[in-house]
Write a protein that binds this ligand. Structure first.
Ligand code: CU
Length: 243
C-alpha cells in the first residue's frame, strides 16, 4: 500500500554480505525492496524472497533496476557466508545486510519491525519471531510502499513497475479506509506483525514492538485508533495463522 510521506524506515546503515557498508543512497536509480528475516526461517522468509525473485523475473530487463535487500534479525547464526549463500538461492544480485545486535535493533526500530528470539530445544535451534512485510523505495530513495506479507508477486510487481515509471502516486496500491483515513492510518494498518506470537496465535496490528499504537496522529486519537484496530482484527488482516 502507498505510504508515501511516512517518516520512518529511513535507512539501513549496515554491512552487506560482501563486507561493504551500505546505505539506501547506494541504490539511487533503482527501486529497493527491504525485508527483515533470518535464513533458518521455515516458511515466511523463503516465501517472501522467492516472491521478490519472481518480481525481478517478471520485470524482464527492468529487473536490473530492482534491488532486493534482506536484513537479518539473527546475526548470531547468519554469518556473511551463510547470507551470501542464502541470497544466491533466490537471486545473486540481492544483498543481505547484517551488523551488531545493537545496530540491527536500531534499524529494526526505525522500520517498526518487531523481532524476538524464541528458545528451541537446544541453544542453537531457536527461532525468531519477526514482522514479515517489506518496504519499497522509489528510484530517488523515498519510502513509497509497504508490502504486506502474502500480497503475492503480481501485486508487488505492479507497484515496482509503477515506481520504475516514475511512480505516480495514484498507481500504487491505496491504503485501506480511503482518502480520509488512509494517509493517517495506512502505515498503521500496513504494519501487521507476522511470523509473530506463534504460541498466542495472533498477529498484532498497528502496535509497535513495545505494544504501543503507532502512526502519525495516533497519540491524539486513541479512541478512533482502538476502534480501527478492533475493526481490522474482526475483519481479519490476512495475517498468517501459525499452528
Ligand atoms: Cu521469517
Amino acid at each position: 500500500m502507498d505510504i508515501t510521506g511516512a517518516d520512518y524506515a529511513r535507512d539501513v546503515p549496515l554491512t552487506d554480505h560482501n563486507g561493504q557498508k551500505r546505505s539506501l543512497q547506494d541504490f539511487r536509480g533503482k527501486v529497493v525492496v527491504v525485508f527483515f528475516g533470518y535464513t533458518q526461517c521455515p516458511d515466511v522468509c523463503p516465501t517472501s524472497m522467492q516472491e521478490l525473485a519472481e518480481v525481478k523475473q517478471m520485470l524482464g530487463k527492468d529487473g536490473d533496476r530492482l534491488q532486493g535487500i534482506f536484513v537479518t534479525v539473527d546475526p548470531e547464526r547468519d554469518t556473511p557466508e551463510v547470507l551470501k549463500a542464502y541470497m544466491a538461492n533466490f537471486d545473486p544480485s540481492f544483498l543481505a545486510l547484517s551488523g551488531s545486535p545493537e545496530q540491527i535493533a536500531a534499524v529494526a526500530k526505525d522500520f517498526k519491525i518487531y523481532f524476538k528470539k524464541v528458545d528451541g530445544k537446544t541453544a542453537t535451534s531457536y527461532t525468531m519471531d519477526h514482522s514479515a512485510g517489506s518496504y519499497v523505495y522509489d528510484t530517488a530513495g523515498r519510502l513509497r510502499v509497504y508490502n504486506r506479507y502474502g500480497s503475492g508477486a503480481q501485486a508487488l510487481g505492479a507497484d515496482v513497475r509503477a515506481l520504475l515509471q516514475r511512480g505516480k502516486a495514484g498507481h500504487l496500491r491505496p491504503p485501506p479506509f480511503g482518502p480520509l483515513f488512509g494517509p493517517l492510518f495506512g502505515p498503521l494498518f500496513g504494519l501487521d506483525l507476522l511470523c509473530v506470537d506463534h504460541r498466542a496465535q495472533h498477529a498484532r496490528i498497528g502496535l509497535d514492538a513495545l505494544g504501543q499504537p503507532f502512526g502519525r496522529g495516533a497519540g491524539h486519537l486513541p479512541a478512533l485508533l482502538k476502534q480501527l484496530v478492533a475493526h481490522l482484527r474482526a475483519a481479519g488482516n490476512g495475517a498468517e495463522q501459525r499452528r
